[in-house]
Write a protein that binds this ligand. Structure first.
Ligand code: C5P
Length: 236
């Protein structure tokens, strides 16, 4: 278990998306994976890492009451979210409370994120870095296209990284970034970049993939079913 002290580390879990692309008829975070809602898996992964002290879960307003009963015995607060992910994270930040020095933001839609990824992020922020994100190398060739889908260029993939969560921040820096927010972004580190501050990377993990489509959910179910035979880090 990690030697990082979990007190002062709070994770915000934005779970207020509609999940239209998943087509499950309920908000994505509440879709069950192996009989357990994805958001509960995400929360238990964070708390089970041993480096997170509390979690703020952000859900659609109509789900607040139902969601509050999902986390018995856990240090979890549930708050209503906003129209987009940025607004939902902002709602989570307003519920942070005092004595918080590290904030993680972790998608509910990444229910299988290994605890090691959480520990790497928190350890790096604790070492003095203001913003830390887990990343993976891009293995596909990436093309730029125009509006007609005609290729206009080939991007050098050696300098590209795919970004996962949890993303970790010095609490004061993330609050400052959200105070200055003007547009909705798909990730929080983008706000820190917009302020001209450095964002550092640590190794992500393929198992921390985001469940977006029915195909992703199927892959997650297959991974869980085979969890008695874990895939080693070298194989990933
Ligand atoms: O839509 P996408 O998969 O990018 O959403 C990423 C995360 O942000 C999900 O966990 C989703 O529930 C959350 N989200 C949110 N509030 C919104 C939209 C998305 O908390 N309004």
């Amino acid at each position: 278990m990690s030697t990082v002290d979990p007190s002062g580390v709070v994770a915000i879990v934005p779970a207020a998306g509609s999940g239209l692309r998943l087509g499950a008829g309920v908000p994505k975070a509440f879709v069950e994976l192996g009989g357990v809602p994805m958001v509960l898996r995400a929360v238990d992964g964070l708390l089970g890492s041993g480096v997170v002290g509390r979690v703020v879960v952000v859900v659609p307003a109509f789900e607040v009451t139902a969601a509050a009963s999902l986390f018995p015995g856990r240090p979890v607060a549930v708050v209503p979210g906003g129209a987009d992910r940025t607004a939902s994270v902002a709602a989570g930040l307003r519920a942070l409370g005092s004595d918080v020095d590290v904030v993680l933001v972790h998608d509910a839609a990444r229910p299988l994120t290994p605890p090691d990824v959480v520990r790497r992020v928190v350890t790096a922020v604790r070492s003095g870095l203001p913003a830390v994100i887990p990343v993976l190398p891009v293995t596909d060739t990436v093309k730029q296209v125009d509006a007609d889908g005609v290729v206009t260029g080939t991007v050098d993939r050696s300098a590209l990284r795919a970004v996962q969560t949890p993303q970790g921040f010095r609490a004061s820096d993330l609050v400052r970034a959200y105070d200055a927010v003007v547009d909705a972004l798909t990730d929080d580190a983008g706000l820190i970049e917009a302020l001209g501050d450095s964002v550092h990377t640590v190794a992500g993990d393929p198992v921390a993939f985001k469940v977006t489509t029915a195909w992703d959910l199927r892959i997650a179910e297959l991974l869980l079913a085979g969890a008695s035979v874990p895939i080693s880090a070298e194989e990933r």
